[in-house]
Design a protein around this ligand. Structure first.
Ligand SMILES: *Cc1c(COP(=O)(O)O)cnc(C)c1O
Length: 394
């Protein structure tokens, strides 16, 4: 029957590119470089905590690789987002536009500022914010005044937008930036998943005023836990460093803090891991791309499902690979999840959309038809860099 999805064929396609005989996780870290040496150096010298040379080196490596003027290493990606929002001036009672299709950290960071997440829809081509539909929506609800954009329905100021580069695939930033300029909205990119992803030749995180990266254990590179703020604004970069290091005024021995700061700095021992991981980033990206190409080939002539590939004018890091079921087959998603996980192939659905979570259920939102449709059709499949290494060929 052509109407039924051939789930066995899909499982076979997965098995054809994955190593056999061992359980396969969704994304695991790889430590094949100088991790042991750098961490040992921290332990041997006692420089494990809040200052040390690896923090400075890691920040330089990140700035150099991404092309951002400044990178500030912090404890995790959520803290980086929180700080980014504070630095663009998000205030209690403001609204911040975030995609409904994202990880909970995005709206959580908005809430930490006392602000309210305002959920926007995604487009199928990028899995990220849809600039065209957001533009139409803001045309309806946005009241543009000298002081900024206000929500006609709630009376609150809409201060900023957080585009999130889903699974590493870049949002269509050019039209989004044009839109945000028109509506006087600051852009803080959630680039937590997109280290190594470029939009029109420019690394993600360089388009907005600030961006957040994450180095959690499941990301493209990891520091155990960690994150970074990226910016091309020197002054904001200095302020980011100051605010994330308890706002202590530089002095050899006195302890003076000139405002309420945050203890968000990345410990040197974590940065040591980060330095070693950055050295291997080009290799990880090559392996991830090789794996994506194998998946693409394996799913090329299957019906009812496709492998999600990078949107045009972007080069994606393929952080987390995804399959997209045709709309008519969305009821087969759970069957596929069951089948694969039972075989030891870890797969999972996309995040439950943010407006369905109890703490965000009353937040303002636009029509979320596309995100709601995608939510039921996306399946993430194993994506560790090591799977793309030549020896892992099935
Ligand atoms: C990983 C991630 C973050 C940040 O996570 P941390 O665990 O705090 O480093 C933020 N947003 C998205 C979309 C993420 O995937």
């Amino acid at each position: 029957m052509t109407n039924r999805l051939d789930t066995q064929k899909i499982v076979q396609a997965l098995q054809s590119v994955l190593p056999q005989g061992t359980p396969i996780s969704l994304h695991e870290p790889s430590f094949q470089g100088n991790e042991w040496a750098y961490v040992k150096e921290c332990l041997d010298t006692g420089w494990v905590s809040s200052v040390g040379k690896f923090v400075d080196r890691f920040e330089s490596q990140l700035a150099e690789y991404t092309g951002a003027k400044r990178a500030v290493a912090v404890v995790n990606g959520t803290a980086a987002l929180h700080m980014g929002l504070l630095l663009v001036g998000v205030k209690p009672g403001d609204e911040v536009i975030v995609p409904a299709l994202t990880f909970v950290a995005t709206p959580n960071a908005v809430t930490y500022c006392g602000a309210i997440p305002h959920f926007a829809d995604s487009e199928e081509r990028t899995l990220g914010l849809d600039p065209a539909r957001l533009g139409t929506y803001l045309g309806e609800v946005g009241d543009l005044r000298a002081e900024g954009c206000f929500n006609r329905r709630t009376g609150r100021r809409i201060k900023a937008v957080i585009p999130m580069h889903t699974f590493g695939h870049p949002v269509d930033m050019d039209p989004l930036m044009t839109l945000c300029e028109r509506f006087k909205l600051d852009v803080v990119e959630d680039a937590a998943e997109s280290l190594g992803s470029f939009y029109k030749g420019k690394h993600t995180g360089n388009h907005g005023r600030l961006a957040a990266l994450s180095f959690n254990g499941n990301k493209t590179i990891t520091t155990g836990g960690g994150g970074a703020i990226l910016t091309n604004d020197e002054e904001l970069g200095m302020l980011a460093k100051h605010l994330t290091t308890t706002a202590r005024v530089q002095h050899q021995w006195s302890f003076v803090h000139d405002r309420v700061g945050y203890n968000y700095r990345l410990p040197n021992i974590n940065a040591a891991l980060g330095c070693a991981q950055m050295e291997q980033l080009p290799l990880f990206l090559e392996q991830k791309r090789a794996m994506a190409e194998r998946y693409q080939e394996a799913f090329d002539d299957l019906h009812g499902i496709r492998f999600f590939t990078e949107p045009g004018s972007s080069r994606s890091n393929y952080w987390l690979n995804a399959l997209v079921l045709d709309t008519r087959h969305r009821d087969s998603r759970d069957e596929l999840l069951e089948l694969t996980n039972r075989l030891g192939i870890t797969t999972r659905p996309a995040w439950t959309l943010m407006h369905r979570l109890p703490m965000f259920s009353t937040c303002p939102r636009m029509d979320l038809t596309v995100a709601e449709d995608l939510e039921q059709r996306l399946i993430n499949i194993p994506s560790s860099a090591c799977l793309g290494a030549p020896h892992a060929t099935a």
